[in-house]
Design a protein around this ligand. Structure first.
Ligand SMILES: Nc1ncnc2c1ncn2[C@@H]1O[C@H](COP(=O)(O)OP(=O)(O)O)[C@@H](O)[C@H]1O
Ligand SMILES: [Mg+2]
Length: 307
């Protein structure tokens, strides 16, 4: 692909978390603990996140809701995590029921049931600012060489080998470019997961590069609406047959969502009945068509800006 204009994914341009002291929310942070240095979070269990002692270290700037960088300590181990208290959520007119935190946890539960490990462990728990979601912190790889290239803007009409086209984007001053994403198996699993959870906000900044060239998906507060809200960058497979593995996973998910199955019972604590019914319908429809969903309008529904 000739000289593409790379769109940074995750914090490719960021590095250290841009945290500032969490002073503007109600309730006490504990400055006495601020000196402890967290170990890198790696494959934390949900129980560790749920049961450990949570200490707020700072607040992430430029987040649309309150996003707090924290440590969680348990059995002598300490790890970094993110804590988004419900008290810091901005209300959304089209999501009148439930909370962003509950939907983030529901998204994790569905991801886990799919066996894809795309969303870092996420739990609902109490914290210094009340109930919220707590999620494992994904540290960026030490070297930018390890960061997979997932999104790009290119000046060609067609995506190059290994890339899928999303659509043409206006760059201003009469310039247009083709928005492309990588033809990456993990990204393709995420496209299926997003269709299942009806993700209304899948942008590049929500793909966090981790170690070993892996990446993780975050920010799932705007999901599970009973109406179609799929807004994503990952339209490159639209209309294509689902991979056999995805069909197998979706068949398992359909069973896991049956009444009284443990996943359905867990989701009932987090989502409305209508949202769960719509989730079942989306899974059934994906299995019926056997294809990646297509955007309903002329232009794919993509979040803008895409990062
Ligand atoms: N699990 C995580 N690991 C590492 N960084 C995170 C994680 N969750 C959030 N962040 C950082 O915090 C920023 C804001 O989080 P996000 O989930 O987008 O919040 P909001 O709900 O306000 O949109 C992200 O862009 C990212 O830099
Ligand atoms: Mg966000």
């Amino acid at each position: 692909m000739p000289a593409p204009e790379r769109i940074p994914t995750g914090r490719l341009s960021g590095g250290e978390p841009a945290a500032e002291p969490a002073a503007s929310l109600p309730g006490p942070a504990d400055p006495a603990r601020a000196a402890a240095v967290p170990e890198p979070a790696a494959g934390l269990s949900a129980a560790f996140l749920a049961e450990g002692e949570l200490t707020v270290r700072g607040r992430i700037r430029e987040a649309s809701n309150a996003v707090l960088y924290c440590t969680v300590e348990h059995d002598g181990r300490s790890a970094a995590c993110v804590y988004k208290p419900v008290a810091g959520e901005r209300p959304l007119w089209d999501f009148p029921d439930g909370t962003l935190a509950q939907r983030e946890v529901a998204a994790y539960e569905v991801s886990r049931a799919c066996g894809w490990d795309l969303i870092p462990p996420t739990v609902l728990r109490e914290g210094p600012y009340g109930t919220g979601m707590v999620q494992e912190w994904i540290d960026p790889p030490e070297s930018s060489d390890e960061v997979p290239e997932l999104l790009a803007l290119v000046e060609d009409e067609e995506p190059g080998p290994g890339w899928k086209a999303v659509g043409f984007a206006e760059l201003g001053e009469g310039r247009t470019a083709l928005l492309v994403h990588a033809d990456h198996p993990r990204l393709r699993q995420l496209a299926v997961l997003d269709a299942v959870i009806n993700n209304g906000d899948r942008k590049g900044g929500h793909l966090l590069p981790g170690v070993d060239g892996r990446f993780f998906a975050i920010d799932h507060g705007v999901t599970f609406n009973a109406e179609d809200k799929l807004r994503t960058l990952l339209w490159g497979w639209a209309g294509e047959p689902l991979p056999a593995e995805a069909v197998e996973v979706l068949s398992g998910l359909r069973k896991a969502l049956a009444d009284a199955a443990p996943l359905a019972a867990r989701l009932a604590e987090l989502l409305t009945d209508a949202e769960i019914e719509a989730l079942r319908t989306r899974v059934a429809e994906l299995l019926r068509s056997g294809r990646h969903p297509e955007p309903s309008g002329e232009w794919p529904a993509i979040p803008w800006p895409p990062v």
